[in-house]
Design a protein around this ligand. Structure first.
Ligand code: NAP
Length: 235
């Protein structure tokens, strides 16, 4: 087992969980988070030796420091937590917008701020911030989602500058059809998205896990905003 510890905020399901499974299989230690302590502990137990769980709700940034007080040295930090939201301009809900903006833009930033004394100031230390392709490919109701995903690149740039030699990158998945959120949708829902990729197929969870590890561990990459969307942009 390596002595590297990767903290995955949003590691209890979906892409974050798949990343945790991959890292544990490769010998790394992982800390996965959930809003629920019971879920964090259950997921960590299922991941096996080398995994532990922590409860944190990043939509309440003032609670983050206390929630992460027990976390020790962190060699890699992945911020992937999300609460899904659709909020059209015609029926704009201020409270839902405020909650999601705080979760991603303030919550992610406060996690990094909280952990500064536990992140080694080294080029070997990587931080990956998750946005999404809705930042440039909107859909009705995506104003808040598009805003926060775009904001992730702003945070990435300032953190990469302020925290160097620590490397900070962002990852923007397209629709990931085999992630639990999309896999649970009725048959046919993904057809329109698939037809808009150059090869007619969507990127997968495995693709995103692989890209996350690249951004986390490649010592030459910082302040890079990476799309994992099978080339959606060119269609
Ligand atoms: N899946 C896709 O197709 C897709 C596309 C574009 C972008 N993305 C981005 O990729 C990332 C991962 O997506 P996913 O589909 O794998 O997510 P997911 O399966 O929905 O998992 C979301 C994670 O966020 C945690 N979470 C939710 N609210 C939280 C809060 N207030 N505080 C702390 N943690 C919270 C959840 O933990 P608990 O529920 O256990 O508390 C869970 O671990 C997200 O940032 C998402 O925006 C995904």
């Amino acid at each position: 087992m390596s002595d590297r510890t990767i903290l995955i905020v949003g590691g209890s399901s979906g892409i974050g969980l798949a990343l945790a499974e991959d890292l544990v299989a490769g010998g790394d230690r992982v800390i996965v988070t959930s809003r629920s302590a019971a879920t964090a502990e259950r997921v960590a137990a299922e991941l096996g030796e080398g995994a532990s769980g922590v409860a944190v709700d990043i939509s309440e940034p003032e609670t983050i420091a206390d929630a992460l007080a027990g976390v020790g040295r962190v060699d890699g930090l992945v911020l992937g937590a999300i609460e899904r939201d659709a909020n059209t301009i015609r029926e704009y809900d201020i409270e839902r917008a405020r909650r999601l903006i705080i979760l991603k833009l303030v919550g992610y930033t406060e996690v990094v701020h909280t952990l500064l004394d536990r992140l080694e100031p080294s080029v070997d230390t990587g931080i990956v911030l998750f946005g999404g392709r809705a930042k440039d490919a909107p859909y009705p109701g995506s104003t808040t989602v598009s805003t926060i995903n775009g904001g992730i690149d702003g945070i990435m740039n300032t953190l990469a500058l302020e925290l160097a030699p620590i490397r900070v990158n962002s990852l923007h998945p397209g629709i990931i059809g085999d992630s639990p959120f999309w896999a649970a949708k009725p048959a046919g829902v993904l057809d329109g998205y698939e037809s808009r990729t150059p090869g007619g197929k969507l990127a997968t969870v495995v693709d995103v896990v692989d890209a996350t590890k690249f951004l986390l561990f490649n010592r030459g990459v910082s302040a890079h905003s990476l799309f994992v969307d099978r080339g959606w942009r060119i269609t």
